[in-house]
Design a protein around this ligand. Structure first.
Ligand code: CA
Length: 226
C-alpha cells in the first residue's frame, strides 16, 4: 500500500520510511505543502501522513484544500503541538486521526492500518464539480445522476480537471499523466483528448465547461450560460 508522507524533518523522514516499509507500506515523501499539493493533483494514495508544521504552509491548509476538492484519502496528522485545540482543529478540517510527536513507530503503523480498515474506505472516492462526478475507485463518470461510459484517457483528463477544479491545470500535468514521463507525445495529443471530453460532457448535459488557457493549460468551470 502506497502512502504519501508530508514531513520536512529529514531525520524523521528516514525513520518513517524505514518503519513504513517494515509495516508493509511503500512511501513517497515530500517536504513542503507545495510539493504535496503538486503530487496530489495526479497521484492517489491509500493514505497521507501529514505533518502540520511545514516550512511553506500550514499542513491544515493542505488538508482543507484536499477535502474541499472532495478528496477523501485518509489523513493521519502528525504534529509536535500537543494542544487539544490543534487536535480539534485537525479533526474538524478533515483529518481521520492524529498522532503527537514523539510517537512510537508501532503506534503509527497500527493507526494507519486501522484507518485503512475503516468501512468508508471500501466505498468509492468521489470527486464532484457541477453535476459531474467521478468515482475514482470504480472509474465511473456520472453526469446528472446517470452513469456514462467514458474511455480511460478521457476519464483521466476529467480526473485531473476535477482535482484542480477552480484552478488551471497545466498542460504538462496531462502529458505526464496520460503518457508517462518518457512517452513520446504528439504536440496536440492532449488537445485531442480534451476535445473529445468536452464533446462527451456537452452531449451528456454537464453543467461544467473546459476552458483553454492559452499557453498554460485547461480550467474547468461551471457553465453559467445554461
Ligand atoms: Ca515539521
Amino acid at each position: 500500500m502506497r502512502v504519501l508522507l508530508v514531513e520536512d524533518n529529514g531525520e524523521l523522514v528516514a525513520l518513517l520510511n524505514k518503519g513504513l516499509a517494515q509495516g508493509g507500506f511503500s512511501a513517497d515523501s515530500v517536504a513542503t505543502a507545495g510539493d504535496a499539493a503538486h503530487v496530489l493533483t495526479t497521484m492517489r494514495y491509500a493514505a497521507i501522513v501529514l505533518d502540520l508544521g511545514l516550512p511553506d504552509d500550514d499542513g491544515l491548509t493542505l488538508l482543507r484544500d484536499l477535502r474541499r476538492r472532495g478528496d477523501a484519502t485518509p489523513v493521519l496528522v502528525l504534529t509536535a503541538r500537543d494542544g487539544v485545540s490543534d487536535r480539534v482543529i485537525g479533526l474538524r478540517e478533515g483529518a481521520d486521526d492524529y498522532l503527537a510527536k514523539p510517537f512510537a513507530m508501532e503506534e503509527l503503523i497500527a493507526r494507519l492500518q486501522a484507518l485503512l480498515r475503516r468501512p468508508g474506505n471500501l466505498l468509492g472516492r468521489r470527486l464532484t464539480f457541477g453535476n459531474v462526478a467521478l468515482d475514482t475507485e470504480g472509474r465511473q463518470v456520472i453526469v446528472g445522476g446517470t452513469v456514462r461510459a467514458f474511455p480511460a484517457r478521457e476519464t483521466a483528463v476529467l480526473e485531473i480537471l476535477l482535482r484542480r477544479s477552480g484552478n488551471v491545470a497545466p498542460k504538462r500535468l496531462f502529458e505526464d499523466h496520460l503518457f508517462g514521463l518518457s512517452g513520446d507525445v504528439g504536440s496536440n495529443a492532449v488537445e485531442v483528448y480534451v476535445h473529445r471530453l468536452r464533446k462527451m460532457l456537452a452531449d451528456a448535459g454537464a453543467t461544467v465547461k473546459i476552458h483553454t488557457v492559452r499557453g498554460v493549460g485547461y480550467l474547468m468551470a461551471e457553465d453559467k450560460s445554461g
